[in-house]
Design a protein around this ligand. Structure first.
Ligand code: NAP
Length: 248
């Protein structure tokens, strides 16, 4: 980030996004987190960050709805500093299972949230920074599934994250000369509620044996990479896809 400002974290109320918000706030950034449906965890995290002396706000926003993604940056609370970084973290898998069983509605929803939402928000951030004469940083949250394919589990999700990675590489090159950095973090299996939402709360333990480190990741371990990439410490890093996946 070129100057102190607000870090906007989609899906920042729980899991990897919440860990990122905590870490970014502890590093001195103002944070704005979004949630889709559950206001309770978002309010609780904002209160926790503020009680610790940080600056935080939350917004309800389903980034899978194009008009919502396009309007989100315009809704940033006026009391926060200007937007300095965007973390496209919100992501969904749909139910675990063979690809032939996935419904069209699931495919559409996963692509809308993971790919279109990420693209539209990034576009809005770039336009916002251009109009303001500032630069900024974008970190997209991908998944090691993009490299592994996730056969029998959610190949559509893996494909959506591969799209996020290609988008990251291309947009980074397109914007590099004007100082806007775009990177991605590719987490391995991480202990969050996404697995329960996919239908198998114990999935991290089931797949641990095929992870070289023999354990799933913790959300704060992923957050460290995200916060580093959006910080000026990563000033010469753009177009990177950083695996944080226990050796996968
Ligand atoms: P999570 O624990 O399920 O948390 C999801 C967060 O995203 C919540 O804040 C949720 O809000 C929000 N959200 C869900 N759908 C949304 C939508 N349509 N629009 C806006 N926000 C939405 O997820 P997580 O495991 O932390 O995953 C975060 C990111 O990491 C995702 O992109 C995921 O694909 C990626 N990832 C996760 C793992 C893993 O093993 N956990 C591995 C690789 C990659 P509500 O509380 O309102 O539902």
């Amino acid at each position: 980030m070129n100057e102190p400002g607000t870090v906007l974290i989609t899906g920042g109320s729980r899991g990897i996004g919440a860990a990122t918000a905590r870490l970014a706030a502890a590093a001195g950034h103002a944070v704005c987190i979004t949630y889709a449906a559950q206001q309770g965890p978002a309010d609780a995290l904002v209160a926790e960050i503020v009680a610790a002396g940080g600056r935080a706000a939350c917004l309800q926003a389903d980034v899978g709805v194009p008009a919502v993604a396009e309007g989100l940056i315009g809704r940033l609370p006026a009391g926060l500093p200007p937007l300095a970084a965007l973390v496209n973290n919100a992501g969904i898998t749909g139910p675990l299972g063979a690809f032939e069983q996935a419904t069209r509605a699931t495919l559409q929803q996963v692509l809308d949230v993971n790919v279109l939402g990420t693209m539209l928000l990034s576009q809005q951030a770039v336009r916002h920074w251009r109009a303001a004469g500032r630069a900024g940083a974008i970190v997209n949250v991908s998944s090691i599934a993009a490299a592994l394919g996730a056969p029998g589990e959610y190949v559509h999700y893996a494909a959506s994250k591969a799209a996020v990675e290609a988008f990251t590489v291309g947009l980074a090159k397109e914007l590099a000369a004007e100082g806007i950095r775009v990177n991605a973090v590719s987490p391995g299996t991480t202990l969050t509620e996404i697995h329960a939402a996919a239908g198998e709360p114990g999935r991290p333990q089931r797949v641990a044996a095929r992870i070289p480190m023999r354990r799933p990741g913790e959300a704060p371990e992923i957050a460290e990479a995200i916060v580093w990439l959006l910080s000026d410490k990563a000033s010469y890093v753009t177009g990177a896809v950083l695996k944080v996946a226990g050796g996968l």
